[in-house]
Write a protein that binds this ligand. Structure first.
Ligand code: BGC
Length: 921
């Protein structure tokens, strides 16, 4: 580089430097209102504010904060125009601080910022301004009408209708919002542009009780003069086929749209263009679109320009204004479903049966984007499959009745690019027929769709197979967190099975930010709770009928208590406990009513330890552990969660009452299911796991019971558990000192084990331990999903035990947490990261020549207790020096065999001689 250019480069670097520095120097960041950054359209009456201190310094923490809120950004600076000023509050709280000002107004936008005093009392100054905007808070805010295509469309063909109208704007627009929802699904357009990037809106809720609307900023899509707004409607979950036996029209048989465009002109006056009788409608090019079956689209029927101004809609029919509720409208709360990744084919081949097949290399959820060029009327058909059969042909028997087929009829106009609209598929392979010409690598692209949750977890180790398992768990989560937590994404099911969600929730919360996602779903769980307090098998409940409620299964219904509790622990979200409390209590009261005076919940039918090892090949899926035992154990567990929640919410009477109740259930459980030698039930692994995990075994028999569990694991060399026993199997073994047995199960590669599917080439978690049997044949096609997250629940144990990151229940949300790495099983290295509400937690360890290097990062305003098993404080170093209290190390002590440290925020590097654990006999 010559001299002049060198100077120029330095000058450019210098001018760029201040802004970069300013950004990274900002000591407060991560500002969230409720669950999002700068959300649009909230309806929480008292939104909560969260922030993070960015400092990495040892001991960094908050001693006080102040929040101020104003209706415009400049006003934040002038104390007079603030609408709320918290004043300086001496508190460490930096997550979920509730707004405490005057009542918030529909449509209004608010700006807020926070000022933090650090641990030395030093004022760190004000953060940047964050903002949020309220949605429409009252039904009276909706002046638009519900409109529906006039033709009553029960049954028959179900082409997706287009709805449109032109409108004129009399000036320059300063701000414009659309509030929209539908019966069925909708896509919205203004002047030819798609509004927003959310898919499958308005999402899936308990539609009869809660219907979400979305809020969009459309200021930039409008212009003075002639404009147009248009919508396409699809059957979706509302009236499409959903649930079992081809059931449809669950919530109604008419599609409808409610949408309200609110324009504020630059001169300040406002105008509302709502859905009303002036809209026109016509069936569009989507001939049919069903969640399970896929979509048929005829591009020759596209109406060019239909959603832009000035289109001639002669020949269209007027819509009909219909009566439908606006009372049940709620702002959307969870993260929307969006396009997340694109997958390019890893292979294109001809199958033995002669089909052209595209392999995307990953069992994914979403749809295929098709790129094609050919004569008008050519039909390209895409069939989706998760796996190939033994002969190498695409295998779709496990989809049951779901056709998962997309049919595209070409318009013949140049290169055509198509993505479906109101359907999605779970697949890795696409069988393509009718494609004109040769398939190229960009003919098919996999578009993954799921609820747009922030990724908060990373976990890698020295073992590639375990890393693959983690990959599979994460992909299972991606594909099944699709607005609701589904069991599977491919067959004619895709339902919000409560049991699956319950067991997977802790793992889910390590991997991604699921607080908003689950708290939305929990509201539907409460809304769909059955009259007697029982919880439906699936939420939203599409399986119950008025004369045949489908609910009340132990381990499934307990989602009502377990998930709010897990959210409280992982995020410190106390409001979720408040909001769900009545629902939680009703569920426990239901369990009580089924158990009766003897506190044993017996005689009812449950799913049990669904699909355990013993059920393989028996034709029954219910598992071999007594369902009475399981039901009574969960009854105790839910009662315990309710008791703890009552304590946290200050409901002392309830806490005492459920405490008494818990003692009675425990005593009954022990009488009924625990023998004097510590045998639990018939001695299945699941019986021990539930009894020990839920603390139902008397103190004096715990060691014996744990011994028996470990002995069974050693004798068989494998697990025997199903959906309910598997999630806690390893953590119970580890908790009682049987780390070797836990690692033995984790490392096992033959059926039944977690790594068996990995060895078989799985890219997601399977529903069954042997979805593909060792001889290459498939398990029962009636229930054989290759993307079912339940067994992926082992993920939380991997973060906790290999990664060493553990929640401290007394300081939820990682306000304080526990680090305890427990190596074993031949692992020599692991790296775990979790983006907690306070910031990134990191552990990283490396074992070499009997020496352990352990690095940990504790985010600002948090703290951790580090426990190092079998180590001597006196023989350890931190950052190369002998351990000394001070500089972030608030305490160091020897607790029998373990070295224990109290650590403030910061980064630490420990080194010590490592001695492996030995399991008790
Ligand atoms: C679903 C499950 C669910 C189970 C309940 C299955 O069909 O796929 O994951 O929990 O039924 O029995």
């Amino acid at each position: 580089m010559n001299y002049a250019r060198c100077i120029l480069a330095i000058l450019i670097a210098l001018t760029a430097a201040p802004s970069i520095a300013a950004k990274s120097d900002q000591p407060i960041g991560g500002l969230k209102t409720e669950y999002q950054h700068d959300p649009l359209g909230l309806d929480a009456a008292e939104p909560r504010f969260s922030w993070q201190m960015k400092s990495r310094a040892r001991g960094a923490g908050q001693s006080a904060y102040q929040i101020r809120v104003a209706t415009d950004e400049d006003a934040l600076r002038g104390a007079q125009s603030l609408i709320w000023d918290s004043g300086k509050i001496d508190s460490r709280q930096s997550i979920f601080v509730s707004y405490g000002g005057p009542r918030l107004q529909s449509r209004a936008r608010y700006f807020w910022q926070v000022r933090v005093w650090d641990e030395r009392g030093l004022d760190l100054g004000w953060s940047r301004a964050a903002n949020w905007e309220m949605g429409l808070l009252s039904p009276a805010d909706w002046s638009a009408d519900w409109i529906s295509p006039a033709v009553h469309e029960g049954g028959g063909t179900r082409a997706s209708p287009l709805l449109r109208r032109d409108f004129d704007l009399g000036g320059r627009v300063a701000r414009a919002r659309v509030y929209a929802t539908s019966h069925g699904l909708y896509e919205l357009f203004i002047n030819g542009h798609r509004v927003g990037d959310e898919l499958m809106t308005p999402g899936w809720t308990s539609y009869n009780h809660r219907l979400q609307y979305q809020t969009y900023d459309v200021t930039n899509l409008l212009k003075a003069g002639r404009n147009a707004i248009g919508a396409v409607l699809g059957d979706g979950w509302y009236r499409g086929v959903i649930g079992f036996a081809g059931a449809h029209d669950r919530y109604g048989n008419r599609l409808a749209l409610l949408c309200q465009l609110e324009v504020t002109y630059q001169d300040g006056h406002r105008e509302i263009i709502g859905s009303d009788a002036q809209w026109q409608t016509l069936p569009g090019p989507i001939l049919s679109s069903q969640v399970y079956d896929g979509e048929s689209y005829d591009a020759r029927l596209e109406r060019a320009g239909w959603n832009a101004g000035g289109y001639d809609d002669a020949g269209w029919s007027p819509v009909e204004v219909i009566a439908a509720s606006k009372e049940i409208l709620v702002a959307s709360q969870g993260p929307a479903v969006r396009r997340i990744n694109e997958l390019v084919p890893v292979r294109i081949f001809k199958s033995p049966s002669g089909e052209a097949v595209v392999d995307l290399g990953q069992n994914m959820v979403g749809w295929a984007r098709l790129k094609v060029k050919g004569p008008a009327g050519t039909v390209v058909t895409l069939r989706h499959a998760e796996v190939l059969d033994q002969n190498g042909n695409v295998y779709t028997d496990n989809l049951r009745s779901a056709k998962s087929t997309v049919r595209y009829t070409l318009s013949g106009k140049g290169t055509e690019i198509f993505e479906p609209h109101f359907t999605y598929q779970g697949f890795r392979f696409v069988a393509v027929s009718g494609y004109p010409g040769k398939l190229a690598r960009d003919s098919i692209t996999g578009i993954t769709l799921h609820s747009d949750m922030a990724v908060t977890g990373t976990f890698t180790t020295s073992k590639p197979l375990i890393d693959r398992l983690q990959h599979n768990i994460q992909w299972g989560q991606k594909g099944n967190f699709f607005d609701v937590p589904t069991d599977c994404p491919q067959r004619d099911e895709r339902l919000g099975w409560t049991g699956d969600a319950q067991v997977f929730a802790p793992t889910a919360a390590f991997n991604m930010d699921v607080d908003g996602f689950f708290s939305k779903w929990l509201k539907d769980l409460a809304a769909d709770q059955l009259e007697n307090g029982s919880i439906p098998f699936v939420v939203p409940d599409v399986l119950s009928s008025s004369d045949r409620p489908a609910g009340g299964a132990a381990g499934w219904g307990d989602a009502a208590t377990v998930i709010p509790w897990e959210l409280y622990l992982a995020y410190g979200d106390k409001r979720v406990l408040e909001d769900q409390y009545i629902s939680m209590r009703r569920w426990v009261e239901y369990e009580q009513s089924r158990a009766g005076a003897d506190e044993i919940w017996d005689g009812d039918t449950h799913f049990g330890d669904w699909l355990d090892f013993f059920s393989v090949g028996t034709g029954s899926s219910f598992g071999s552990t007594s369902t009475d035992l399981i039901a009574t154990a969960y009854f105790a567990h839910s009662t315990d969660i309710l008791r703890r929640s009552a304590l946290i919410l200050g409901k002392d009477k309830d806490a005492a009452r459920y405490g008494d109740s818990l003692a009675r259930i425990k005593a009954a459980f022990q009488r009924q299911f625990i023998a004097s030698d510590g045998t639990v039930g018939a001695g299945t692994q699941t019986a021990y796991v539930l009894a020990l995990d839920f603390d139902l075994v008397p103190d004096e028999l715990r060691v014996a019971a744990a011994q028996k569990l470990a002995a069974d694991v050693r004798r068989r060399g494998h697990l025997t558990t199903g959906f309910l026993g598997t999630p806690k199997l390893l953590s119970v073994l580890t908790r009682f000192g049987y780390g070797d047995e836990a690692y033995l199960l984790l490392n096992r590669e033959q059926f039944p084990s977690w790594l068996y599917p990995v060895r078989q080439g799985a890219t997601t978690i399977w529903e069954r331990w042997d979805g593909i049997k060792p001889d290459g044949t498939f398990q029962d096609k009636g229930m054989n999903s290759f993307n079912h997250y339940a067994y992926g629940a082992v993920g939380s144990w991997m973060y906790q035990t290999i990664g060493g990151i553990n929640i401290d229940p007394s300081a939820p949300g990682y306000a304080h947490f526990l680090i305890q790495v427990q190596p074993g099983g031949g692992f020599t290295h692991a790296h775990a990261e979790h983006d907690s509400p306070y910031g990134a937690i990191r552990t990283d360890w490396m074992l070499k020549d009997g020496r352990m290097d352990l690095n940990v990062v504790i985010p600002a305003n948090s703290g951790a207790m580090l426990r190092v098993p079998r180590a001597r404080v006196a023989a350890m170093t931190e950052s190369g020096r002998p351990i000394r209290v001070g500089n972030g190390i608030a305490g160091a002590r020897q607790e029998t065999e373990d070295a224990v440290f109290d650590l403030a925020a910061g980064q630490y590097s420990f080194r010590y001689a490592y001695s492996p654990a030995v399991s008790p006999p």
